[in-house]
Design a protein. Structure first.
Length: 276
């Protein structure tokens, strides 16, 4: 079993350095030092397959229309499950396995879901998408909205009424911004490569009234697109990470195979530290 890296050293470091007015870069360095330790421990620990089958909690609960939502809970530290991870088109919830493992060891317990707009990845079928297809239900991007809303309600309830952080990738990033902006159960939103992907909705217009912290990032090629999307949002609420490397589309930016993934992680973790 992979043992979580203790947070005690980091907590003491942050307490002392912040109290003495040390530069922000030093606290950032401590945070990423723990990240590196977890990545090394992960490589020496059980296989990803073993972890997913034996250390991840697999659950189901109903969507707004009673269609079954399939979810994975990553919980290696005590405390509420406060992050809701939503996949992008063409991927499924287990695409978050490495991300969920790292986040949980850093104290950010999370739940990943398969909204009904999905497909097959790594020879694994999005079960909710298949269920919807068999019932003759639409699985367009916008049709995943009640699934994300139901997952927010479920997570809020099981974690004792603690507002959550909503994380989306590609189309689900756009949906997360729209669904989460006025929902009191969502305190912050992280959007990886959001865009105008939702038929009949102009996302950039929907966001002009948002008044909660949002983290936005993308590939280098998509920076202009994401900048236009958040052009009407008060800059006081926005953390926009623009990669120096080419990066990739969506939350795959956090995968260790992605060039520059550590810089994405650093920006994302600092956002979580400031808003978690």
């Amino acid at each position: 079993m992979i043992k979580a890296i203790p947070l005690l050293i980091l907590s003491i470091y942050l307490l002392v350095s912040c109290g003495n007015g040390q530069p922000k870069e030093e606290t950032d360095e401590a945070l990423m030092g723990e990240f590196d330790s977890i990545m090394i421990a992960q490589e020496k620990g059980p296989s990803i397959k073993y972890f997913y089958e034996n250390m991840v909690k697999h659950i189901t609960f109903p969507s707004k229309d009673s269609l079954t939502i399939y979810a994975d809970i990553y919980e290696t530290k005590e405390g509420p499950v406060k992050l809701l991870l939503c996949q992008q088109a063409g991927l499924i919830k287990c695409a978050y396995i490495n991300t969920g493992m790292v986040l949980s060891h850093l104290g950010h317990n999370s739940m990943a879901i398969d909204p009904r707009s999905g497909g097959v990845a790594k020879n694994i079928q999005n079960s909710m998408s298949q269920d919807a297809y068999e019932l003759g239900l639409s699985t367009d991007y916008i049709d995943a909205r009640p699934d994300i809303e139901a997952a927010i309600d479920y997570l809020y309830e099981i974690n004792g009424g603690v507002p959550i952080i909503l994380v989306g990738s590609s189309y689900s990033a756009s949906l997360s911004l729209i669904v989460g902006k006025d929902n009191p159960k969502v305190k912050a939103i992280a959007a990886f490569s959001p865009g105008e992907y939702l038929e009949g909705i102009e996302v950039y217009k929907e966001l002009d009234s948002i008044q909660k912290p949002i983290f936005v990032t993308s590939s280098k090629l998509e920076i202009s697109q994401t900048s236009q999307l958040i052009q009407n949002v008060d800059s006081a609420f926005v953390t926009h990470f623009k990669p120096n490397t080419e990066g990739v589309h969506g939350a795959r930016a956090l995968w260790k195979e992605t060039e520059g993934h550590k810089e994405y992680w650093k920006a994302f973790l600092l956002f979580l530290k400031n808003n978690g």
